[in-house]
Ligand binder design. Structure first.
Ligand SMILES: [Zn+2]
Length: 380
């Protein structure tokens, strides 16, 4: 008999009936919080296996029956689930969205198969990244404080220049591409052969939070922390009980100031990399709008994976906008302040159907963002 398990880092699924390989009935599980299930659900990560021989060579059909009732049903058309035999190399699985159900069909080549919404970024990998980075010359680690579940909130600091540059990622824990992006950015920034990095570190001091929401990441959540808070709606009034992750980062930012801010995310529906800026904020000056446009143009020039044709509709301003990290930072510090979105699907300008958008491509984009960062800090 086929077994479905999810009792591991970022595991999440509900098993309805796994007795038949040709119809493995599953449900996407709501985000988990200390107060019970949250209203958000989209992330899944599970492993299928058997006692021996049930899976390998067997035509399997995994049916996620409640896909139509998830937070972003627009995310399913054109989407392909990711699979892996070793939890290291991930590939797309034949997937279709039909009648409100997400149907994944495959014939596994080995005895067990991991399936996930997107290539996961584990807490073990996060800890190894922070440890490896703090050992690089000129890099400092700070523990900003504790999360709701009592995990460490990690900040890496490097550079000796006057411009404070902040980059944070993964406020929404299911957007694991955001931490892959950070890994690429951190490796490029600490590469002694990278002259762009060397110049940035002379002109700026960088404050990097690779994972804003480690509790949600381990719990296998799409969107919220352990207290049920959507951290990217907490920036106006963060609290120690509900959103300590934002409170700690905001407090540190107020000490350092911010000259440039990037907040990395993933988008369920739009198959492109894009940026949402601060043009809607009242009091934006012509100079600030020009600097934002220059950053976007420089990013386009630095990476063919970045573009400005597709993205969110420019939103009308309301004070609620300041609940979002990039809007609050842009408003508070008057700097270029950006939300970067990467796709859960693929980059439709340069599709790679065998893997979709993935960890390696997010890392490459993280390395590519050095060029626009350098131009922004050099511009003054
Ligand atoms: Zn997000």
């Amino acid at each position: 008999m086929i077994q479905i398990s999810s009792q591991f880092d970022s595991g999440a699924i509900t098993v309805l009936d796994a007795s038949r390989a040709d119809t493995i009935r599953l449900a996407i599980r709501p985000d988990s919080t200390t107060a019970g299930p949250s209203e958000f659900l989209q992330w899944f990560h599970f492993r299928a296996s058997g006692q021996g021989g049930e899976l390998r060579g067997q035509a399997c059909r995994f049916v996620l029956e409640n896909a139509g009732q998830t937070t972003y049903p627009d995310g399913w058309p054109g989407y392909a689930a990711r699979g892996s035999y070793d939890s290291q190399n991930w590939f797309t699985l034949p997937t279709r969205y039909e009648g409100g159900q997400l149907i994944i069909e495959c014939t596994p080549e080995h005895d067990s198969l991991w399936i996930a919404y997107f290539e996961p970024y584990s807490h073990a990998r996060h800890q190894a990244l922070v440890g490896r980075m703090q050992m690089q010359p000129g890099v400092r680690h700070e523990r900003l404080g504790a999360t709701v579940d009592g995990r460490d909130l990690d900040l890496l600091v490097m550079g000796s220049g006057p411009k404070p540059v902040w980059v944070i990622a993964r406020q929404h824990p299911g957007e694991s591409m955001a931490e892959w992006f950070m890994e690429g950015l951190l490796e490029a920034l600490t590469d002694p052969a990278n002259d762009t990095a060397r110049q940035i570190r002379q002109q700026a001091t960088l404050y990097l939070v690779p994972n804003m929401n480690p509790d949600g990441s381990v719990r296998g959540n799409l969107r919220v922390n352990a207290a049920g808070a959507n951290l990217n709606r907490e920036w106006m009034e963060p609290s120690l009980t509900r959103s300590p992750e934002v409170l700690h980062v905001r407090r540190r930012m107020q000490q350092t100031g911010v000259a440039l801010f990037i907040d990395a995310h993933g988008d369920e529906a739009i198959p492109y990399n894009f940026i949402s800026g601060c043009e809607m904020l009242p009091g934006r000056t012509e100079a600030q709008l020009r600097q934002q446009a220059e950053f976007l143009a420089d990013f386009c020039a630095a990476s063919p994976d970045f573009q400005t044709t597709y993205g969110y509709e420019a939103s009308r301003y309301s004070t609620d906008a300041l609940k979002l990290a990039s809007k609050w930072v842009g408003h508070t510090f008057g700097c270029v302040s950006l939300t970067l979105e990467m796709p859960f699907k693929d980059n439709a300008n340069a599709p790679q159907p065998a893997v979709g958008w993935n960890g390696a491509r997010s890392k490459a984009l993280g390395a590519a963002v050095l060029a626009p960062i350098l131009k922004a800090v050099a511009r003054g």
